[in-house]
Structures are given as structure tokens and as C-alpha cells.
Design a protein around this ligand. Structure first.
Ligand code: FES
Length: 181
């Protein structure tokens, strides 16, 4: 049964979702409704669908799953894996694990921040890149390493890090030209 407040919540998620996302969200809700201890799985599912945790969606699932908003935000902000703001098309994970740290991850960070014009954790204005820190990415032999869209790059120098970014930008420009052609 729905109430008017639930309808308002639904209208809010429609503003931030595609049809596919809405039906996937309903599936997720049906899968976990009434399942104890499933909040982290629900949040992981939402982040997989949207790339982050949109606030209207969190408010909607609070109603639908009958979980207090404070608890949802508590979990969403406690775990580093969750993001409450949208990410760029390409997510850059810069490793800050021990091997990468001792091999100059801070210099790579400085080069990336400069190249992208953002601080660590930021998203470029064109929404193409989000730069974020990660714990060990599991490929320490490549230290210092970054991962973009699941692909690892390393061992990096500051110049090589800049080149990787420029390469992706070039690909983006080419695909825009192809679409416009
Ligand atoms: S410390 Fe960077 S990949 Fe392991």
C-alpha cells in the first residue's frame, strides 16, 4: 500500500533515475525487503546502478524497507566504499597503500590534481573524471599505481600519469567527433 509521502519519494527518484534504474531498484527492494542485516547489500546494489548513492533514492528505500534514514546515512557515510555524490564517467583510483606510498604516490597525486584541475576526491567540471584515493589495489609490483575504469596503470611517473589522462581525453574527443559526424 502506498501513501502520499511515498508517492512524493517516488516522484523524487524519477527525477534522478532512468526507467531501467527504477525497475532494477524495485527488484532490489523486493529481494531484500524484510531481510535482516541486508542494508550494506542494498547500498552496494544502489551504488552499482547509479555510480553513487543519490539522496532521493536513499529516502525512498528508507520508506520502502522501513529503515530509519539516520541508520542508512550512518552506514553510507561510515564505509569508504560508498559515495554520496555523483562520480565522473571515468573513476580514477589512486593507490595510497604502503608500496605505492613509498614509491611516490604523492607525486602522482600532485600531477593528477594539476592535470585535472581538481582536489583529491573531486570531479572535473565536464564530469569526465573523478579522482579518488584507494587502499592497496592488489598490484603492488606496479607501484605507484592507479586504476581507471578497472584497468591498472603502473609503475607510474607523474608524466606518465598525465599521459594516461590525456589519452583518455583524446579518445573522448574522437568518439564525440564520430557521433557528431
Ligand atoms: S600498495 Fe598500491 S597496489 Fe598495493
Amino acid at each position: 500500500m502506498s501513501c502520499s509521502c511515498q508517492t512524493e519519494e517516488k516522484a523524487a527518484i524519477q527525477r534522478v533515475s532512468t526507467e531501467t534504474q527504477i525497475s532494477a531498484l524495485e527488484e532490489l527492494i523486493n529481494r531484500y525487503k524484510g531481510v535482516e542485516g541486508s542494508l550494506i547489500s542494498v547500498l552496494q546494489g544502489i551504488q552499482e546502478m547509479y555510480g553513487y548513492l543519490p539522496r532521493p533514492v536513499l529516502e525512498y528505500i528508507a520508506k520502502r524497507l522501513d529503515i530509519k534514514k539516520a541508520r542508512i546515512y550512518g552506514v553510507a557515510t561510515f564505509y569508504a566504499q560508498f559515495r554520496l555524490t555523483p562520480v565522473g564517467k571515468h573513476l580514477i583510483l589512486l593507490c595510497q597503500g604502503t608500496a605505492c606510498h613509498v614509491n611516490g604516490a604523492d607525486k602522482i597525486e600532485a600531477a593528477l590534481c594539476d592535470e585535472l584541475g581538481v582536489e583529491m576526491g573531486g570531479t572535473t567540471e565536464n564530469r569526465l573524471f573523478t579522482l579518488t584515493e584507494a587502499a592497496c589495489l592488489g598490484c603492488c609490483s606496479l607501484a605507484p599505481v592507479m586504476m581507471i575504469d578497472g584497468q591498472a596503470y603502473g609503475p607510474l611517473t607523474p608524466d606518465q600519469a598525465r599521459k594516461v589522462i590525456r589519452g583518455i581525453l583524446k579518445q573522448e574527443e574522437q568518439s564525440r567527433e564520430e557521433v557528431g559526424a
